[in-house]
Design a binder for this molecule. Structure first.
Ligand code: ATR
Length: 278
């Protein structure tokens, strides 16, 4: 029987996940489809029950449900527990719902696809301490990256995240700006710069090392002001398309046991967003 998958969120119309997963189903000869569902916060419990009753085989979870869905699931993977956020649900053969978070691993896979092991051993600066930063920090730590410094506008949130990691240093944005030259891998995870090509940047890049690797998890615009600045200082850069594609690929693999083609998808999405290459 044809299987179906979904993504739930509010808003949901902007999600590129349906096109991505449907293309992968086609490419891999999987008889399935992926349907977005707009679910308001107040309707989450009913929606989860309905997905289950209607035979959905698995779904992605996006804003604002990533944490709220946790008590509605039967099992939570260790990484998702650390992050207190789920972005992928697998309906297991026995009907139980298991929650995962593939965001952090998606970022690290994307980083390694583009730079190999080049970033290993470099001093890491993560800018932002929200849900995305949390996933990335745990994934980086698990893969042996670091030491990690976390700079955030609200220092208490950086302190909390640093406490939850094995070894990380919290910092203010101003201190990060002053010490920017000492970092070899800089990852921008805040929402600053999203949707507007000329939007601001969370920290100035004056003195940035020219051999630094600088990543921004934003993919719209493809090149944020932050990445433009990094390039101007000679750094190698990575936008958020790879993280988006890889978090989806890990979910796809959990559902189908097939590893989809991530490079082709990165190219397709980049072109759709008006860019010419990844
Ligand atoms: P996500 O799940 O995408 O990480 P989030 O959990 O809401 O989203 O986190 C947003 C991050 O962007 C936070 O680190 C936030 O900083 P605060 O903890 O101080 O709120 C950061 N952020 C949002 N707007 C910002 C701004 N104008 N300047 C600096 N940081 C900002």
């Amino acid at each position: 029987m044809k299987k179906w998958y979904s993504v739930i969120g509010d808003p949901i119309h902007q999600s590129m996940s349906p096109k991505m997963h449907d293309a992968w189903f086609d490419e891999n000869g999987v008889d399935a489809s992926y349907i977005p569902h707009h679910v308001a916060a107040s309707a989450l419990a009913n929606a989860v029950e309905s997905l289950k009753q209607l035979g959905c085989s698995g779904w992605n979870v996006t804003v604002p449900h990533k944490t709220a869905i946790i008590p509605l699931l039967d099992e939570i993977d260790e990484t998702a527990k650390h992050m207190n956020a789920v972005n992928t649900v697998v309906v297991m053969e026995n009907g139980r719902l298991r929650g995962y978070n593939t965001d952090g691993d998606g970022f690290v896979q994307s980083l390694e696809m583009q730079f190999g092991e080049q970033a290993k051993g470099k001093k890491v600066l993560v800018i932002g301490a929200g849900g995305a930063a949390r996933g990335i920090c745990f994934a980086l730590e698990a893969k042996g990256y670091g030491p990690i410094t976390i700079a955030n506008r609200t220092i208490e949130t950086a302190e909390q995240l640093a406490d939850d990691l094995q070894e990380a240093i919290p910092l203010s944005l101003l201190s990060a700006e002053k010490t920017i030259a000492s970092y070899g891998l800089i990852i921008q995870t805040t929402t600053v710069g999203m949707n507007y090509a000329d939007a601001g940047i969370p920290v100035e890049m004056e003195g940035l090392a020219s051999n630094a690797i600088v990543a921004d998890i934003i993919y719209n615009p493809l090149e944020t002001k932050f990445l433009k600045e990094a390039k101007r200082h000679g750094a190698q850069t990575m936008n958020g398309v790879g993280m988006f594609v890889h978090q989806g690929a890990i979910a796809f693999e959990k559902w189908t046991e097939i590893r989809p083609d991530t490079e082709k998808m990165k190219h397709k999405i980049t072109t759709n967003l008006g860019g010419s290459s990844c």
